[in-house]
Design a protein around this ligand. Sequence first.
Ligand SMILES: C[S@@+](CC[C@H](N)C(=O)[O-])C[C@H]1O[C@@H](n2cnc3c(N)ncnc32)[C@H](O)[C@@H]1O
Length: 331
Amino acid sequence: MEIDWATLRRLRAGFLEGTAGQHDYWRSVSDLAQYDATFAQRIGWKWDFVLNDLNRLGWQPPAGTLLDWGCGSGVASRACLDYFGTPQTTELGLSDRSQLAVEFAINRAREKYPDLPVRAGFPETVDLLVVSHVATELAQRGFDDLNEIARGAQAVIWVEPGTFPASRQLIRLRESLREGFNLVAPCPHQNSCGLLAVGNESHWCHQFAEPPPFVFTDPFWAKFSQTMEIDLRSLPVGYLVLDRRPIEALPNDTVRVLGRPEILKPHVRLLGCGESGIREGIVTKRNNATEFRKLKKGRYSSLQRWQCDGQEITRLSSVSESSKPETDSAD
Ligand SMILES: C[S@@+](CC[C@H](N)C(=O)[O-])C[C@H]1O[C@@H](n2cnc3c(N)ncnc32)[C@H](O)[C@@H]1O
């Protein structure tokens, strides 16, 4: 497919300027195809990160229907279907304020999963709700609607860019739904969000996904990066996964690392979220050279277990990554 850079620039400008929520910006099927081949692929890499995290936690989606709300070109539901397989899904519903988007996503899904029943709009009941990159486009009413839809689902996977405003939206949703749901990820605990505590106003919950390695040698992605001024190495992601079914509690020394570790000469500083709230931990070069080196090279998992002496992390173990294959980004 020939890339239409002007269309990509227009779409990106709307996303960055925050005007995308004001009107339906999908002007043609071609807009969706352009988006699907580029921005949606990057979003797919974020989904890979989230789904790998869920796999590592031993989480599986509930069997039944799947609703992709604000589906755009449909990358979120395809990422899930590719990752978990289609047999447990009885029907896929695709919903968006744009009819063009719904039609595009339906066609893509039918082409890819010919045996899966696919419909425009909502299934009769929603077992798994997936939402992706919609938060910043929603006014209060849209957010309330989505909250209600989530309330009716068995499980929810919501993935957003790892920005401050998106993180605050996810926290709002988390707090309004946590009574009826278990918090699967990224939170390693079921308490109220530690970022709401006084003193944590400047922090936000985000992690970093990694694009597949081929991206760094592929001439198309090099051109995309240069033309769109997007650093492909940096893929910040924010997410929230909720489930009504019981989940296994994590050991109470488990933390989720927020953002990137800060590398200093004598130590690495990490911001961790755990049962006792948000706290800083440091790994010193002197006392823990191996972990210090791994952190410095970016070789760490965002889910860790810490044993601490004061602020110093004396024993750090990464909860290991899973090795599931990549999803929709490859299609
Ligand atoms: C940035 S796109 C993301 C599309 C897709 N979920 C993804 O991750 O690639 C946001 C989508 O949300 C849709 N949208 C925005 N506001 C909406 C609303 N109030 N109700 C339904 N869909 C909405 C837009 O039409 C658009 O397709």
